[in-house]
Ligand binder design. Structure first.
Ligand SMILES: [Zn+2]
Ligand SMILES: [Zn+2]
Ligand SMILES: [Zn+2]
Ligand SMILES: [Zn+2]
Ligand SMILES: [Zn+2]
Ligand SMILES: [Zn+2]
Ligand SMILES: [Zn+2]
Length: 218
């Protein structure tokens, strides 16, 4: 498979559920010749292998059925043994589904998002995260608001009273207010859900889409 065929297939998949409208000023367009039908708009009928007809299955193409040694005309094919292909109506070819029989198609690229389908999130500027300031439990004192006395190392039973902790062995934690500290907490941006991107409002997040209609002949 060639690289262009592959990219075409990927593009087709991408465009499958694309919206059919973009406002006129917000896109540029390019026209392509349909790869599947090579611009003809028609492709070979697979059902009849381009024959236009196929053998009647009821009589296996004989046109009659054996019944008690007697030949009976096959009603299904009216005795002909062949049936006109219902997919192509005997025309051997069918309308190309890739271009809707146009032989070419147009791809419209959204100018507002550079055909990417998204823009950078305005809330987080693409960082995907936002911050809030919240009170959390102090890690130094584990929320107790007291830490071990740095002078007596929590062991005040010496010959003289520890002047720092008054023999309590503990002093008030300087790191926090009543055991709590304010901390910046990182969250996934709620606007873009942690992606850093916002769907483009002009193209519905598709970036580009395929159009068969409104093709002006060139
Ligand atoms: Zn038949
Ligand atoms: Zn056919
Ligand atoms: Zn085609
Ligand atoms: Zn767009
Ligand atoms: Zn503390
Ligand atoms: Zn002390
Ligand atoms: Zn965001």
């Amino acid at each position: 498979m060639s690289a262009s065929t592959l990219s075409y297939i990927l593009l087709s998949l991408f465009l499958l559920l694309a919206p059919q409208t973009l406002s006129a000023q917000s896109y540029r367009s390019e026209r392509y010749t349909c790869e599947k039908c090579e611009g003809r708009g028609m492709v070979a009928c697979k059902k009849c292998k381009e024959a236009g007809t196929y053998d009647c299955k009821k009589c296996k193409g004989k046109g009659y059925k054996e019944k008690k040694g007697k030949r009976e005309k096959c009603q299904h094919c009216d005795g002909s043994g062949i049936l006109t292909c219902t997919d192509c109506n005997g025309n051997r070819t069918i309308i190309c589904s890739q271009c809707n029989g146009q032989g070419k198609y147009e791809i419209r690229y959204c100018d507002k998002c550079d055909a990417k389908g998204y823009s950078i999130c305005r809330r987080c500027h693409g960082k995907a995260f936002s911050y809030t300031t919240e009170y959390v439990k102090c890690r130094k004192c584990n929320g107790t608001n007291e830490v071990v006395c740095p002078v007596c190392k929590g062991n005040p039973k010496g010959p003289t009273e520890c002047s720092r902790c008054k023999n309590r062995g503990k002093v008030t934690c300087k790191n926090c207010e009543h055991g709590m500290v304010r901390e910046k907490i990182r969250h996934a941006c709620p606007v873009c859900d942690g992606t850093g991107k916002e769907d483009c409002g002009y193209c519905g997040g598709k970036g580009r889409y395929k159009s068969y209609v409104h093709l002006i002949p060139d």
